[in-house]
Write a protein that binds this ligand. Sequence first.
Ligand SMILES: *Cc1c(COP(=O)(O)O)cnc(C)c1O
Length: 344
Amino acid sequence: MKPDASFPLDLIRSRPHTMWRYAEALPFALDAQAPPRLTMGEGGTPLVPVVLAGRTVLAKLEFVSPTLSFKDRGAVVVVARALEEGARRLVADSSGNAGMAIAAYAARAGLACTVFVPAATSAPKLAAIRAHGAEVRSVPGTREDVAAAAAEEVEATGARYASHVYDPAFVQGTKTFAFELWEQLGAAPGSAPGTLVLPVGNGTLVLGALLGFAELRAAGVLERQPRVVAVQAAACAPLAQAFEQGSLEPAPVIPARTVAEGVAVAAPARGTEILAAVRSEGGTIVAVDDAVVEEAARLLARQGLYVEPTAALPAAAVLDGLVFDDATGPIVVPLAGAGLKSAG
Ligand SMILES: *Cc1c(COP(=O)(O)O)cnc(C)c1O
């Protein structure tokens, strides 16, 4: 939490439609040099209606981002911090989108970058990471094995670990997702979704969004908290299972394959924190089957929105009847990653 975060609307509205318009709530001095050097206009994503199972919900088009996913919000803050602190080389680990975002901002910063990825990472994501000049190291095994390989490299070489999971700077970027929803829904004390349906794997969007709404409330510009429905893929749902069992820790799971590869995290490092945060705000964590995810992706594409399967997860929860209408505000789903990321 940035204790002195403030939201001066007149100033905010005088600035470009990027996440940097909330400068007074971001962890940089207003005259810091790194953000203006690195920004590619991340944030400021559109909010458009879509129809799912006869209901109109608002989709926030996070795939309209420089590297086509919401990870740009976090990556730009992580890399700007690294640049300010004199880092020369970054190491990241990712199932794809975070690696792509870190590689892009590292390129912009002129920093060397190595990205550890699971062997199953999609070809277009690998091509993009390499195109940005980063080195790709493919690691067999689980998502956790990939993280361990990255940690070893950091230990051995002294490179900076630009982790979307562990680096606290990352959620300082993703929290702007909440600020934008507040502003797009009217920037009034009641301007928040009724229900916010979010994908959850490592929790960088869930934790960031909850942090963002908490800061808006602490600053006195918002008086409500949206109900959060966090969504996992049924084939790999340690958080949804823990939630159902009333457990404080992620449930042990043996992950099966899922089309929602971006949330297939069997042992989320910040799982306990995610469970506590969602519970304390009266939210819930659910799981959906791949067939529903694929149907949701198809329905979105038929409405003009081509997203990768992982990005259809929140819409799938709506389709599956797991999200209820709330009189206090609209249902909002992010569309977190572009369809071309998984094609090929
Ligand atoms: C990263 C990502 C997610 C999951 O975010 P977590 O931080 O792992 O919870 C979901 N969808 C897309 C498209 C992503 O890139």
